[in-house]
Design a protein around this ligand. Structure first.
Ligand code: MIC
Ligand code: SF4
Length: 657
C-alpha cells in the first residue's frame, strides 16, 4: 500500500512506534521555533534540563507578540531570549522583524523536514511541504535538546482541491469553507493533506494561509505536496537549493476525503466569536464597520497586503472606519515600501504599523465598545481583541479592504459592480524577495554567551509526584470550546507576566470567573469541569502551568484539544474524559473524589476511574494516556521526570524520553 505524504515524512523521522492512527509515535525533530510569549519558559526549561546546546539542525527564537515593549518586563523578556539564543546556539529574530511563522517561512522552512514550535500556528510551513506541529514549550525544549517528540499518529485526511479560485475568492475562503463544514473540533487527531488538480494553481503564500489556519480546525498539522510553485517561491526567496520534490504515492490510502471545488468558492466571513461561525459575506452585508485590520500570520504577507493596497490605491478609506495594516514581517514591509505601496496606503488613510502580532491578541488597536472590527486574522474568540463583548469578523484581505472602502461589510464583487474602476487584484509575488536580513542574528554572530534575567523572570514551577488521592471541589464548571485565551488571557496587562508564574496565575480563568484564582488558593486546589474541546486554541503551556500552580489536580472534560491535553500531562494534571450525562449532572461546587489509589492506578495502566460526587452518586471517567504519559503524570510532570532520568543516567537525556 502506498503512503501519504504525511506518512512518508513521519516514516523518515520515526524513532518509536508504528504509523497506526491513534498509536503514539516518537519522531525526530529537525527544526524548532519559539516566540517571545512562550519562549521564555522554553529556555528556562532548557536551562533546568541542564542542556548545553541546541541539538536540532536549526532552532529559531522570534520576538513578535509584544514588540511595542509597553513594560520593561517585555523588554527584559526579549533581552533574555536574545541571551538564551546566543548561549545555546539558536537564530534570534529581533523584535519588529515579524511574526515567527512569516519570518520562518521566508528564511528557514524547508520541504520534507519536521518542525516543532511553541505556537499553535506552527503548521504554517506545511504550505512548502514541511511537516510542522505546534506543542507546549516543554515539549519544544526537550526536542531542542535532541529528544524525540511524541504524538498520537494522526489520521490523514485527503482534501482534494479541484478547479481554480474565481476572482474575489481567495485562499482564506478555502480554509473558512473547511471551518464552515467541519467546525473548530473537526480536525482533532488529523492531518489535512491537500491534493488534486487545484493545488497547482495556488502559490506558496496562498497555501500557507490555508495550512496556518488548519490550526483552527484543531488539526495536528496541514500539508501540501511540493511542485513548481514551491520551487519558484524558494528561488524568489534566494533559497532554491532547499527544494525537494515531495508527493504522496498514487495509491496512498487516506482515512477520509473532502472535496473542495475552488471554482465554487465565494467570499466568506467568520462572524463573532468563533472561527467556524462562517457565512457568505453577502449574508452580513450592510453591517457598519469601525475598524479594519489586515495582518497576522494568516494574511500578513506581502502577497496578502498588496491586494488590499491595490484596492485602496487612489481612494480613501471611509471616514467612519479606521484601517490598520500590520505586516507579518519586515520583509513584507520593506518590499511594500520599496514598491511605493506603503505611500499609496498612507495616502488612502491607512495606518501602517510595525510587523507584529499585536492586535491579534489585544495588544494595540483594541476595538471601541460596541463596535465591529473586521480582520484578516485566524481567531476571533470573545475578548481576545482586548475588550469583552467584542464583535470581530474574520475574512480575506480583499473583503477587509472592501469593508474599509465602504465603511460596512460588503461582498467585494458587489462593491466592484458599484465602483466601476475596482478590479479583482489577484495574487502577485515579487520578482525577488529582496530585503535586508539585519534583524536576524545567526548563532555564529551571538551577542551574549550567558543568560541575562530581569527581575520579572521567575523559576519554572515543579509539582510533587502524583499522590494516592484526588479529591476536592469542582471549582468551576465550563461549557464547550473553552479556549486557552479563557484559561490564561494574552492581553498586554497579563502577557507581561508570562515569565512569572506566581503573578500570572492570579489571572487563571479570569475571563470565565474573576474570583477563580482566589477561590482556588483558598480551597487549596480542586478540580475543573468542562465540556467538549477543552483548551482549544493557543499552545501556551501556561494554561496548564497556572492551574497546576493553584493546586488543580484534575480536569474532567467531555473532550480535550490536543496540545492542551499534552500540556496537562506535562504539568502533572490528570485529564479525565466524562460522558454527557455526567457532565450535565455535575454542578459547580460539588465535592468530587476520584476513587482509587491514583498513583498506583495510573502506573498500572488503568483506563476507567470511578468518580464519586458529593458522596452521593458515582460515574465513570476515562484516562486515555500512553505509557509514557502515565509515567509523566506519576512523576508530577515532564520536567521532573526528564531531570530524574538525566540525573540517574538511566538512558538519561530527553532523547530517550
Ligand atoms: C495565539 O495566537 O493565541 C498565540 C498568542 O500566538 C499563542 C501563543 C501564546 O499564547 O503565546 C498560540 O497560538 O500558541
Ligand atoms: Fe501571532 Fe495571532 Fe499568529 Fe498567534 S495567531 S502567532 S498572536 S498573529
Amino acid at each position: 500500500m502506498g503512503q501519504t505524504l504525511t506518512e512518508k515524512i513521519l516514516d523518515d523521522h520515526l524513532v518509536e512506534g508504528e504509523l497506526e492512527p491513534g498509536e503514539e509515535i516518537g519522531i525526530e525533530i529537525d527544526q524548532v521555533l519559539t516566540q517571545d510569549t512562550t519562549g521564555t519558559m522554553v529556555w528556562l526549561q532548557f536551562e533546568a534540563l541542564e542542556m548545553d546546546e541546541v541539538q536540532t539542525d536549526l532552532a529559531a527564537q522570534y520576538c513578535d507578540h509584544q514588540t511595542y515593549q509597553f513594560d520593561f518586563k517585555n523588554t527584559d523578556d526579549h533581552r533574555f531570549l536574545r541571551s538564551a539564543a546566543g548561549t545555546y546556539g539558536a537564530y534570534f529574530s529581533r523584535p519588529g522583524n515579524g511574526i515567527c511563522h512569516n519570518v520562518h517561512k521566508e528564511n528557514f522552512a524547508a520541504p520534507g523536514k519536521t518542525m516543532l514550535g511553541s505556537d499553535s500556528h506552527t503548521p504554517t510551513p506545511g504550505g512548502l511541504g514541511e511537516l510542522a506541529i505546534g506543542a507546549g514549550g516543554l515539549d519544544v525544549a526537550v526536542a531542542m535538546g535532541g529528544g524525540a517528540y511524541f504524538v498520537e499518529m494522526p489520521e490523514v485526511v485527503n482534501v482534494r482541491l479541484e478547479g481554480e479560485l474565481p476572482d474575489w475568492a481567495s485562499a482564506k475562503d478555502v480554509i473558512l469553507e473547511l471551518l464552515r463544514r467541519l467546525s473548530v473540533k473537526g480536525g482533532v487527531g488529523k492531518v489535512f493533506e491537500y491534493t488534486g488538480p487545484g493545488v497547482e494553481s495556488l502559490t506558496v503564500p496562498e497555501r500557507t494561509t490555508i495550512t496556518n489556519m488548519g490550526t483552527e480546525l484543531g488539526a495536528t498539522s496541514s500539508i501540501f505536496p511540493t511542485d513548481e510553485q514551491t520551487k519558484d517561491y524558494l528561488e524568489r526567496q534566494g533559497r532554491g537549493d532547499k527544494y525537494v520534490e515531495l508527493a504522496p504515492d498514487e495509491d496512498a490510502e487516506y482515512a477520509d476525503e473532502i472535496v473542495v471545488d475552488l471554482s465554487d468558492l465565494e467570499p466568506l466571513i467568520a462572524q463573532p466569536s468563533m472561527p467556524d461561525n462562517v457565512v457568505p459575506v453577502r449574508e452580513v452585508a450592510g453591517t457598519d464597520v469601525e475598524q479594519v485590520i489586515v495582518g497576522s500570520c494568516t494574511n500578513g504577507g506581502y502577497e496578502d497586503i498588496l491586494p488590499a493596497a491595490k484596492m485602496v490605491e487612489g481612494r480613501e478609506v471611509a471616514k467612519s472606519t479606521d484601517m490598520i495594516v500590520a505586516p507579518g514581517s519586515k520583509q513584507a514591509s520593506e518590499l511594500l515600501a520599496r514598491g511605493g505601496w506603503t505611500a499609496e496606503m498612507m495616502a488612502a488613510g491607512v495606518n501602517v504599523s510595525e510587523a507584529t502580532c499585536g492586535p491579534c491578541i489585544g495588544i494595540g488597536h483594541v476595538p471601541a465598545s460596541n463596535s465591529v472590527s473586521v480582520r484578516t486574522f485566524n481567531r476571533n474568540f470573545e475578548g481576545r481583541s482586548g475588550i469583552e463583548d467584542d464583535n470581530v469578523y474574520l475574512c480575506s484581505p480583499e473583503v477587509a479592504a472592501a469593508a474599509a472602502i465602504a465603511g460596512e461589510i460588503v461582498d467585494p464583487r458587489d462593491l466592484a459592480d458599484e465602483l466601476d474602476d475596482l478590479e479583482a487584484p489577484g495574487v502577485e509575488l515579487p520578482d525577488k524577495y529582496d530585503a535586508g536580513k539585519a534583524d536576524i542574528i545567526e548563532p555564529e554572530e551571538a551577542i551574549d554567551d550567558e543568560l541575562i534575567k530581569g527581575p520579572n523572570i521567575g523559576d519554572v514551577p515543579l509539582k510533587d509526584p502524583l499522590g494516592s488521592d484526588i479529591a476536592g471541589e469542582a471549582l468551576l464548571k465550563m461549557e464547550d470550546n473553552i479556549t486557552t485565551d479563557h484559561i490564561i488571557p494574552a492581553t498586554s496587562d497579563i502577557l507581561k507576566f508570562r515569565s512569572n508564574i506566581e503573578r500570572l496565575s492570579d489571572f487563571t480563568l479570569s475571563r470565565v470567573d474573576e474570583t477563580f484564582a482566589d477561590r482556588a488558593r483558598e480551597a487549596d486546589g480542586g478540580l475543573l469541569v468542562a465540556g467538549e474541546n477543552y483548551g482549544q486554541g493557543s499552545s501556551r503551556e501556561h494554561a496548564a502551568m497556572c492551574p497546576m500552580y493553584l493546586g488543580i489536580e484534575s480536569v474532567l472534560a467531555r473532550s480535550f484539544a490536543r496540545i492542551h491535553k499534552a500540556n496537562l500531562f506535562n504539568f502533572g494534571i490528570l485529564p479525565l474524559t466524562i460522558d454527557e450525562d455526567t457532565y450535565e449532572k455535575i454542578e459547580q461546587g460539588d465535592d468530587i473524589e476520584v476513587v482509587d489509589d491514583i498513583a498506583e492506578a495510573v502506573a498500572n495502566g488503568k483506563e476507567e476511574f470511578t468518580v464519586r460526587v458529593n458522596d452521593d452518586w458515582e460515574a465513570t471517567a476515562e484516562l486515555e494516556a500512553s505509557e509514557r504519559e502515565r509515567e509523566i503524570l506519576a512523576a508530577g510532570g515532564k520536567l521532573t521526570l526528564t531531570k530524574q532520568r538525566h540525573q540517574s543516567g538511566s538512558g538519561a537525556a530527553p532523547a530517550d524520553d
